[in-house]
Design a protein around this ligand. Structure first.
Ligand code: SF4
Length: 249
């Protein structure tokens, strides 16, 4: 019997459980003379799962995760915090909506604000070089920030701005459901991990965000000011590549 399977990315245990169920089902089908089966993503007309939820098990049959397009549409005219007043563009995120690897930075700078795309300035070009060294392209990963509008003068985002914007990030990550997250810099790490330890202590050590492996590392903008730290980031990225290979089995 030939089987063509298209299913959303999921964690390893979930896939193993699902495979066991599918195997039993296929054996039943085979007895009925059915020799080809197509398994597809949940139909789009299922109701949306609760906001930010990652459906698992039976829930996958009852609801579908919200899509990045749906979240972006909501964000389009967001006025939740004062960063809305001076932005040119909301910088939502770019890349593969089903990426296995997501990079989360801090917030848009001037060029990002102008173009509406994250990591397109000097720090972005460095991130591209890091991706290239990992054998990856931008469109094979997903890239976004903690806050989606530019803090004036590229200042740090304020706690209340992060608090207002963070739910969008959590929803993005739930919609993508990656295998690995790389948190770039202090704000991404502290926001996702709720850990105020210095990034210099956290980087290079695996953590977990909502069951997803998370690697804290330095922000590319920091590397531009401290090029000697590139070696550490490369060590962290080697761990990320190794983990992705492991998870793919
Ligand atoms: S930074 Fe986030 S919360 Fe604030 S206005 Fe922009 S999208 Fe809305």
């Amino acid at each position: 019997m030939s089987v063509k399977v298209m299913m959303p990315s999921s964690d390893k245990k979930e896939i193993v459980d699902l495979c066991a169920q599918v195997r039993g089902l296929l054996q039943d089908f085979e007895h009925l003379g059915i020799n080809e089966v197509f398994i597809q993503d949940p139909p789009h007309d299922l109701p949306r799962c609760p906001i930010g939820a990652r459906p698992s098990g039976d829930e996958k049959m009852a609801c579908r995760p919200e899509t990045l397009e749906e979240i972006a549409a909501e964000l389009h005219n967001c006025q939740r915090c004062s960063l809305s007043k001076r932005r040119r563009n909301v910088v939502f995120g770019v890349g593969d909506p089903k990426a296995q690897l997501v990079f989360v930075g801090e917030g848009p700078g001037r060029e990002e604000d102008e173009k509406g795309e994250p990591f397109v300035g000097e720090a972005g070009r460095l991130l591209d070089r890091i991706l290239f060294a990992m054998g990856l392209r931008r469109d094979q990963v997903y890239i976004c920030n903690v806050v989606k509008c530019r803090p004036p003068g590229n200042r740090d985002p304020l706690p209340e701005e992060i608090e207002h914007c963070e739910p969008y990030l959590r929803r993005q990550l739930a919609a993508i459901n990656p295998r690995v997250i790389v948190a770039l810099g202090r704000f991404a790490v502290q926001t996702l991990l709720r850990d105020s330890a210095p990034i210099s202590r956290l980087r290079g050590h695996w953590r977990e965000y909502e069951g997803i492996a998370l690697m804290p590392t330095f922000h590319p903008a920091f590397l531009l000011r401290n090029p000697a730290m590139k070696r550490e980031v490369w060590e962290d990225m080697k761990q990320v590549l190794h983990r992705l290979r492991e998870l793919r089995g």
